[in-house]
Design a protein around this ligand. Structure first.
Ligand code: CTP
Ligand code: CA
Length: 226
């Protein structure tokens, strides 16, 4: 990959961003999900577009408005998200997996509404596809960027995920920190990359942070090409 330093360094590049939670159905009226608001992912998509990229935003169900000049693909389940991302994978230069993907889904989706019964209920769950890992196995020219929300040992876990998923960068944040994490307007993160790259970004609006993150990645990749 070669990025030209200019006002629109991503011009001519395709960036795929995933955002929001995924939703795993239990029955026709219930699902498993998480607290992701989609704000960080939408900010990443907006930043990519502002930097000149053709931007595809693959979004789980969220309650926020899509940025302008971004092609939105709405999905619900993890498997749907995987299919949507794969569709753009070959032509993408950068894939940013901001989505808070559900780790588990029901082993069987009940075709009818489950009825209340006496006593305890057990729902058998199985793992969803790890989209980032699957992309890591398939990648050729693509720059793969993951996100990781943690409550402790943030950088340590991020480094583990970087290796295990064959990603190029993991952007990690401590969701227990004030003003960081789910639903907030602000965030503070650490960008972790190969060769012990570790760049901390202090608290800022998610929109500003998204621009800084892209600028830093573009700068780091420019050095890679030398
Ligand atoms: N991810 C994914 N598919 C999954 C789970 C996670 O693509 N089924 C991606 C997320 O979008 C994120 C990165 O992997 O970019 C890290 O997600 P995270 O939940 O922090 O990591 P997990 O591997 O699921 O580990 P854990 O939840 O146990 O910390
Ligand atoms: Ca997870």
């Amino acid at each position: 990959e070669h990025f030209v330093p200019c006002d629109f360094p991503l011009k001519g590049k395709k960036v795929v961003v995933t955002a929001g939670p995924t939703r795993e159905k239990l029955d026709p009226v219930r699902f498993l999900t998480n607290f992701s608001s989609g704000k960080m992912g939408y900010a990443m998509a907006e930043a990519a577009s502002r930097l000149g990229a053709e931007t595809i935003l693959v979004s789980g169900p969220v309650a926020i408005e899509a940025p302008r000049n971004v092609e939105v693909v709405n999905v619900e389940s993890t498997e749907d998200m995987f299919v949507a991302v794969l569709e753009h994978f070959d032509s993408a230069s950068i894939i940013v997996k901001t989505a808070a993907v559900a780790d588990y889904k029901a082993k069987e989706i009940h075709p009818q509404k489950m009825k209340k019964k006496d006593g305890e209920v057990t729902i058998a769950l199985e793992k969803t596809t790890d989209i980032l890992s699957e992309l890591g196995k398939r990648k050729s020219h693509q720059i793969l960027v993951g996100f990781a929300a943690e409550t402790n040992d943030v950088v340590h876990y991020a480094k583990g995920k970087l290796e295990k998923k064959n990603a190029d960068y993991i952007i990690a944040n401590d969701v227990t920190e004030e003003g960081s994490g789910f639903g907030t307007e602000t965030n503070s993160v650490t960008l972790v990359g190969k060769n012990d790259i570790e760049v901390h970004f202090p608290q800022n609006s998610k929109k500003e942070l998204a621009l800084q993150l892209f600028h830093t990645i573009i700068e780091l990749e420019k050095d890679e090409a030398l």
